[in-house]
Design a protein around this ligand. Structure first.
Ligand SMILES: [Zn+2]
Ligand SMILES: [Zn+2]
Length: 261
């Protein structure tokens, strides 16, 4: 298993920790750990010692696991970088050709809605990649970072979405010259097939999401921007008509299909 997958699994376990801790407390209570009775099912000191161990050892285990996985992914990164410098093709057109279908995340930013990658690059639903580092590059270039990226696996993209709650899930096809990686692709051109709209309001997380609204986000330095989110009827009620778009209107603006999750 790769270190990225290990990290995903660890984070899932960390999220379960509060439930685990409550269950342990409940179990301790049921076993008589908090009662003053003379002969509880399990002696009080045993329960208390176990609780101390649980509170102390489990977080310690997570810390150690994160350090180990972090080190492993650093090593993997250096290894990949080493490989990349050896990535020399005699003829670029001999690169493996295959259908590059994948998934990725995007924000919708700007007064006029625009797809924006998590790194800040904006793009249309059908476009060719541009290199921001070297204007002479026609992405993807082996030694550079340019090109459109996508995950092969929907599960990887969904996990990223769970830690980037302001983003939307995209289904994309990549064309042209491409590189394949363990978890995804980097390629020359990209067509966005579909944007998956969240089921629930992106603010209250309870009611069904029904309409797009835009808010102005203040950031550090000059990074302030308009960001579009999907909200429910209540959380969108205070917005002016000019700051709202229906799903159909958003489809037109972005020229792509939107489907509910
Ligand atoms: Zn480049
Ligand atoms: Zn809401």
């Amino acid at each position: 298993m790769s270190s990225a997958h290990l990290k995903q699994r660890l984070i899932k376990w960390v999220r379960l920790y509060p439930i685990l801790a409550l269950s342990v407390l409940l179990l301790a209570y049921l076993l008589g750990g908090f009662s003053e009775k003379d002969n509880p099912l399990i002696p009080q000191p045993v329960v208390i010692t176990f609780l101390y161990l649980f509170v102390g050892l489990v977080p310690l285990f997570f810390i150690i696991a994160f350090i180990v996985v972090g080190n492993a992914s650093d090593k993997e990164f250096t290894l990949n970088k080493g490989d990349r410098s050896k990535l020399v093709y005699e003829d670029a057109f001999d690169l493996p050709t295959q259908v590059m279908h994948g998934y990725k995340l995007a924000l919708i930013t700007g007064r006029a809605p625009t797809l924006t990658g998590l790194t800040g690059d904006t793009y249309l639903s059908d476009s060719s990649a541009k290199c921001t580092i070297n204007t002479e590059h026609i992405p993807p270039v082996a030694g550079c970072e340019c090109g459109f990226y996508a995950y092969k696996d929907l599960a990887d993209a969904k996990f990223e979405l769970s830690i980037n709650p302001g983003a939307f899930l995209l289904d994309v096809d990549l064309y042209g010259i491409g590189f394949t990686y363990l978890r995804g692709y980097r390629a020359e051109t990209q067509v966005v097939n579909l944007l998956t709209a969240p089921k629930r309001c992106m603010r209250c997380r309870i009611l069904p999401a029904s309409v797009f609204v835009t808010t102005y986000r203040l950031g550090y330095d000059d990074i302030s921007w308009w960001q579009w989110q999907m909200r429910c009827v209540i959380c969108s009620s205070s917005f002016k008509a000019t700051d709202k778009l229906t799903v159909d209107q958003m489809c037109d603006k972005l020229s792509l299909k939107i489907r509910s999750a």
